[in-house]
Design a protein around this ligand. Sequence first.
Ligand code: HEM
Length: 475
Amino acid sequence: KYARGRPKYPLPPAMPGALPFVGVLHQVLKNYSRRWDFLKSKAEECAKLGGVTHAHFGSELYYVITDPQDALTASNQCLKKHYAFDLAKIWMGDGLVLSSGDIWKRHRKLLSPAFTLPIIHSFLDVFNSQAKKLASSMEPHVGKGLFDPFLKLKLNALETFCVGTLGIEALDDVNFTEKYMESVDDIVTLWISRVVKVWLLSDVVWKLTGLKKKEQELVDTLHTMTNKVLQRKKAALKNKGVEKVIESQTSGIKYRPFLDLLLELSTNGAFTDDEIREETDTIIAAGYDTTSNQITFALLLLGAHPEEQEKVYEELLGVLGPDRDVEKDDINKLVYTNAVIMESLRLFPSIPSLFRTVETDVKLKNYTMPAGSYCVIFPIAASSVDPSWGPEPDKFRPERWLHGDFRNNKEYSAFGLGKRACIGRTYAMISMKVTLAHFLREYRVKADLSNLKLNFDFLMKPISGHDISIESRRI
Ligand code: HEM
């Protein structure tokens, strides 16, 4: 209490269950293996207490925010990430997700042209062929009972990235995606244990436990892999010339894949070689796990809601017929499919909370957060207890997206809020629609949500009970 000093401004209600000295530290440790249930219950309690609460984590002051207007203010005013994200700098440096201040502003401006709608439309060939590849890889499971589709979905999303966004024409190392994915999973697990088991935050302890060495080995593996890709790409561009553009067959749009654009920026001197590697690692890491995770949630929800699944199927047949690829004019016609994805993002947001540092005093509607505190913004996690989402906010009802009049910004909040909102939102939405379009025309999915268990590292993930079964639609 002494270390915390007297609060500079009146505090919002305390988060229930906080103890005088440790704040909510004991709860965080106790709920280590159920981190998502814990955070969600805190978000719901916060919503019931008016949308802003406070808690101490040791001597640190945290504001928990669920109120939509305050969430937007905090997202826009507190652009610096929480210090826990600095752990990942050893891997992603000052890539877009981790950087702040002028570096973030400059990189965001330079990278935004790579994520516009015409560029994403030009990836449709890759999205369609990858979605068909995914659907046929599921064939051996038809009629064979429950299986876990998660790994295949993840590998497929990572491969889609490599081929489409990065523009790597051939992956000669067939284990590239597996190796990359395993190393990412291992390093994230290390960091989460370091943040939650606070004694590991000491560099000395981190080194003594041997975990620092393990971390460095994983980072080296990831850097070596990205550097290899970059060198190969550079050599190819040197031979063909930087001006080379690819023409998409589906959209007819000429485009320059993400890596080519980055390398072009480096020839202009806008990015150094290190910055290019950092941004490449960042975009891959931020993109493949999120989309495959979200597709898993959408399949589980549809598997547990056969009526809604039939409505998606009917829409897909109506717009695309039984076999046709998704073309750019189809995307806006898949209204119900879109609603299903949005509803899955609302109920199971892959990134449910934004952790930020308060650098200068920030005025919310009823409270002021002092510089030096932190905020945890839940743009959507309390929606299951929020009546403004319409009837039965805790239930899967895609219809709410067809005629909902939600408060401003809400429909996008699963992709973050304000200036730092997800740069890959359009990529994610279109690639998920294409994946579902091929998968659901091929198979009828069944799932049981009652055993679903989730956990939360940097993403909210299904850890058990997410098996599905599939039957062919073609018989
Ligand atoms: C379902 C899929 C996705 C979801 C739910 C999602 C969600 C989010 C959220 C909530 C944020 C804000 C994080 C914060 O403010 O702390 C974010 C940021 C970001 N996302 Fe996504 N994302 C998805 C897919 C993608 C894809 C496909 C890409 C890349 C192609 C991507 C790249 C990024 C990047 C680079 C940032 C950092 C932006 C910045 O700080 O300026 N995301 N995402």
